[in-house]
Design a protein around this ligand. Sequence first.
Ligand code: SRM
Ligand code: SF4
Length: 573
Amino acid sequence: MCNACGCSPPDQWSRTEQLKGASRRLRGAITEELQQPTRLFSEDAIQILKFHGVYQQDDRDRRKEARALGLDKHHMMMIRTRVPGGVVSPSSYIAHDDIAGDIGNGTLRLTTRQDFQLHGVLKADLKEAIQRINDGLLTTLGGCGDQERNIMCCPAPLQDPVRDEVQELLPRLVAGLTPTTRAYVEIWLDGELAASSQDEPADELYGEHYLPRKFKTALAIEGDNCVDVYANDLGLVARRGEHGGLAGFDVLVGGGLGRTANKPNTWPAVATQLGFIAPEDAVDVARAVMTVQRDYGNRADRRHARMKYLIADRGIDWFRDEVEARLGAQMQPPRTLRWSSAADHLGWHDQDGAGCFYGLFIENGRIRDDGTENLRTAVRQIVEELSPRIVLTPQQNLIFAGLRAEHQDVILETLLRHGVTPTEAVPGTILNSMACPAWPTCGLAVAESERAMPALIRELTVLQESAGLATQTISFRMTGCPNGCARPYLGDVGFVGTTLGKYDVFLGGDTEGTRLNQLYAHNVPLAQVPELLRGPLEEYARTRTPGEGFGDWCARHGVEGLSEHYIKAEGIA
Ligand code: SRM
Ligand code: SF4
């Protein structure tokens, strides 16, 4: 660390920093490698490709078979489309569905940040896929990489002046935080080649090295935390003024959930309040926050490089001073935040005079046909027939908006015809669950998640019902490693993969997503999970106070004490 200002000096920077700096604003050798008849990119190109929304993966189910046959891994690409606020036109939806069918693995994945992911695209088809996504007027630039990621926003399409103002801010925020490189257009859209990155104007925000790490922003509406605003590097919470319009934003900084097993200098953190700002200052404040992280974030150790660590290392007061110095103005003191819900707006809702909308539950975000339940066909038919406004939600679901009352029958009939259970008939336990992709596509997975959760959550549904808690909202979230992609540390209950077939179980988050849960049981075989939740759930049903959520009850009793009582004393795990 540099003695003068505490930043990490360039000679200590990680290899990724060298690669970014030498990439000529994210060009690297991608164009050249695309032309080579290989199935995979070089390690250097893989790092730069992430900025373009592309991950090189391999089908982990096929590794053994390939090894036995002396073959290489089955390499394929995951493409993440950045969808600000989750708003998708019907034609963009159809474009993604077509790509999934023509050159992907036949499924669409809706992510926990309101994006699309396409899996299983071969390198030879990558350019075509990205061109088709752009033809649908969306981009993959910023899907991944050390830059601003998809900016989330509450998806509820309600008639509300505050929501309207937030929707107006969103594209300005996206424009203000997106890199200016022309590399994307050059590489994927056959845009005019710049002789070198020197020919394009400097990127004032990102420079040549971009950010030390990914940077995530979410916009929430006061009272409604469906976006999980506390999980973001930067959160802006819209506050209502006395006359119903937008009064300004509460600024939250330093959220982030990733941690690495056995690395004590990594931890999940909820964002802290920084101050209150006027609506017109939102873009400048966001850029100021980002530049503090750009200038002081750790570029030597990528595991300790998110903005949450900078704030933990230097303190929130230092951070506020830096932001205000860049703004040339002081923020107002933070206001008290109150949340009444973090629900994902599922089911039928009135749009206050503008028709109605339907939040369709998509289990773990995966849209596929499996022969019995043909969700992909059903969604496509609804999109083709009704041409609704579509909004991807922060909890892996999808909203059809701008509907008329008579569309209810069309949607219900289409879902049933294709074997899809309508959202209103899905048990609450399942509706409030999420799981990350993990196996077979995620190279970081140490345990199953999306493929393990459906069976587990059905067992937990039975358990919840038998405890007399059928109508109680309890969120269960699972990930296949500690990185936290389905935000397990913010659920009432979190399951985090530790090794194949085993999970750490966390309890004590709150339904509003403001508090981290705590370790209840370590390294539990999947089959034992329901049994070790039975005791706390039954006791909660007997002793909860009116309106008390399961996570709140666990926190009130102390998760450590529950663990002593139910795990160690009874020798369950
Ligand atoms: Fe994530 C890495 C999937 C949301 C924390 N995440 C990955 C990768 C790309 C694996 C990799 O690096 O090789 C996963 C691809 C799996 C696959 O096969 O598709 C992956 N993350 C996902 C998605 C698809 C999960 C989902 O169920 O929807 C989400 C895509 C979001 C998007 O559209 O941009 C997703 N990831 C998150 C979230 C939740 C959020 O942002 O609200 C988190 C926790 C919040 C945070 O960032 O702190 C998250 N993902 C990570 C991390 C840990 C970051 C850290 O600070 O340590 C990694 C690993 C890394 O960056 O090194 C990671
Ligand atoms: Fe992969 Fe881990 Fe994220 Fe799941 S939580 S998608 S296993 S990185």
